[in-house]
Design a protein around this ligand. Structure first.
Ligand code: ADP
Ligand code: MG
Length: 261
């Protein structure tokens, strides 16, 4: 029989997540429902501490849910993690200072079960460095790079195992606005080329509406879905300019939703 239902890239239903703390459990997310389509670009905003990073950690199998269900590519997060189909990029590039750019990008190969295949991937690493705009910098050390270049290394490293889901936690939050705008455009181009499902947490409302096909606004205490702003119709024929009426209107909706969080 033909499978007619497309499996969601991410499906969370009545998801509760918390952390063990002295004397009990700190509830962070409560009753969260979320479906993300394969290849979707979802951005996530919400007040500090509402559980944005926690949500990504659950999807990456770094934190177990307390209750409810969550699947990534139709499987429990642990299965997808073991297959290396999900990758994480943090605000701080988390590069090893004593390793060169090339060695930092190759890190997942060195620490994982595929360690023996390093050599075979040398050409791939060069191609990745070109893709993220780091041509000619392969032998530099992190201290010899700008903040934007370090984030590009982190993105290249995340892409090495060709993840189907990319989780990005405020990856450009520490960068100046011009660098951030440029990296936003590069990320969009990369997303279009690869069809990767991307979940991207940000504090910047403009960045959220510019990148996302949908913007998820989370409320705090407990963390839950406040609103999903859908920009897919406006972006049907490609990216909207930052000053376009559709994005200005979406920003107002996101801001209004945040005010009630
Ligand atoms: P956000 O990314 O939206 O700012 P987080 O997901 O990092 O929020 O954190 C949500 C809540 O969970 C916060 O109150 C934070 O203090 C708490 N928290 C995060 N990590 C832990 C942990 N390992 N142990 C206990 N509490 C935590
Ligand atoms: Mg966070």
């Amino acid at each position: 029989m033909t499978e007619t239902i497309t499996t969601a890239a991410i499906a969370a239903h009545r998801l509760d997540v918390g952390y063990p703390v002295r004397g009990g459990t700190l509830r962070v997310l409560e009753g969260l429902d979320l479906d993300v389509a394969p290849g979707e670009f979802l951005t996530i905003v919400g007040p500090s501490g509402c559980g944005k990073s926690t949500l990504l950690r659950v999807l990456a199998d770094l934190v177990p849910p307390l209750a409810g269900s969550v699947t990534v590519l139709g499987e429990p997060p642990a299965v997808v993690r073991a297959r290396r189909e999900v990758a994480f990029v943090f605000q701080d590039a988390t590069l090893l200072p004593w390793r060169t750019v090339r060695e930092n990008v190759a890190l997942p190969l060195a620490v994982g079960p595929r360690g023996a295949r390093d050599a075979a991937h040398a050409g791939e690493i060069d191609a990745l460095l070109t893709m993220v705009g780091l041509d000619g910098l392969a032998d530099r050390y992190p201290s010899q790079l700008s903040g934007g270049q370090r984030q590009r290394v982190a993105i290249a490293r995340a892409l090495l195992c060709k993840p189907r889901v990319l989780l990005m936690d405020e990856p450009f939050g520490a960068l100046d606005e011009i660098t951030r705008d440029r990296l936003n455009d590069e990320l969009l181009a990369l997303w279009r080329r690869t069809g990767t499902t991307i979940l991207f947490v940000t504090h910047a409302i403009l960045e959220a509406v510019y990148l996302g096909e949908r913007v998820l606004v989370l409320a705090a205490n407990p963390g839950r879905v406040r609103e999903l702003v859908d920009l897919r119709a406006a972006k049907e024929r490609g990216t909207c300019p930052r000053e376009s009426p559709a994005l200005v209107e979406a920003m107002a909706r996101v801001r209004a939703a945040l005010e009630t969080c």
